[in-house]
Design a protein around this ligand. Structure first.
Ligand code: HPA
Length: 279
């Protein structure tokens, strides 16, 4: 029987994708990978000596199907650190499995990446949040009812990885320092990951508030679980693009989410660069 991520040749999907990326990038050795959320594409433009690998050249990487998401890896340096930027992620609401959502992370690990930076657009649940707030992710709640580790154990991952320290405390401290230095207000809280793609109802938002969530989105959780299964250190930022359903009179639209993402992307870029220079 061919298991999850296997191809019949004995190599898994992540091995084949890694070989393709290596063919494109030679001996480039990224230390950090940055996953860009909706509307944050501008961050990829700040990479120096950038080389781009379109997903079409990476076996197993689907073409992103959502407006505002381009599908490519951008390799280069950010704040002097060799990085790989993932522009365009694979969402479960597009029909992708959690393993596909996490495939890039498994490739990053094979390429030598030890630190994963995840970013996303999210709705704000905490009453003091405003559209445009930035939130450092302290923890998450997986409400996707999916897990990238489901199925046969991938080589290099355990069966039951510990998740008591999902978002690295030292990296979070560096992010708070970077925010202070850049004078960028930075909140901190819990991200709830839902399957989507419909936005939540007001009743669901009240439920999530009671569960202890501060922000809600439709991504990030699969990538973080796969990264922790490989003992990668994770830093996460949510960009609060809107107040969650029922918390303001505004209706939520993907176009507004993207537009707010673009407005806040500059501040988020400053924070990420501020952390990278301290690594
Ligand atoms: N809910 C879920 N996902 C989101 C939201 C939201 O309000 N805003 C941006 N992504």
């Amino acid at each position: 029987m061919i298991g999850k991520g296997e191809t019949g040749s004995g190599k898994g999907a992540a091995d084949l994708a890694t070989e393709a990326v290596r063919r494109e990038l030679g001996d480039f050795a990224p230390r950090v990978a940055v996953v860009l959320g909706s509307g944050l594409g501008a961050l990829a433009e700040t990479v120096r000596e950038a080389r781009r690998v379109p997903y079409a050249r990476i076996p197993g990487f689907p073409e992103p199907g959502v407006a505002g998401h381009t599908g490519q890896l951008v390799a280069g340096t950010l704040a002097g650190v060799p990085v790989l930027v993932q522009q365009g992620r694979f969402h479960l609401y597009e029909g992708h499995s959690a393993a596909t959502a996490a495939l890039p992370v498994r490739v990053f690990h094979r390429l030598g990446v030890t630190t994963l930076v995840v970013t996303n657009a999210a709705g704000g649940l905490r009453p003091t949040f405003e559209a445009g707030s930035l939130m450092l992710i302290a923890d998450h709640i997986n409400l996707m009812w999916r897990n990238p580790l489901f199925g046969p154990v991938e080589p290099g991952e355990g069966r039951f990885p510990d998740m008591s320290d999902p978002y690295d405390a030292d990296l979070r401290a560096l992010a708070r320092d970077a925010a202070r230095e850049a004078k960028v207000p930075l909140e901190e809280g819990v991200y709830a990951g839902l399957l989507g793609p419909s936005y939540e109802t007001p009743a669901e938002i009240r439920m999530l508030q009671r569960l202890g969530a501060d922000a809600v989105g439709m991504s990030t959780v699969p990538e973080v679980i796969a990264a922790r299964a490989r003992a990668m250190r994770v830093l996460g930022f949510s960009m609060i693009t809107n107040l969650a359903a029922g918390l303001s009179a505004e209706k939520i639209s993907h176009e507004d989410v993207l537009a707010m993402g673009k407005r806040v992307a500059g501040d988020l870029a400053k924070l990420i660069q501020g952390v990278l220079v301290k690594l």
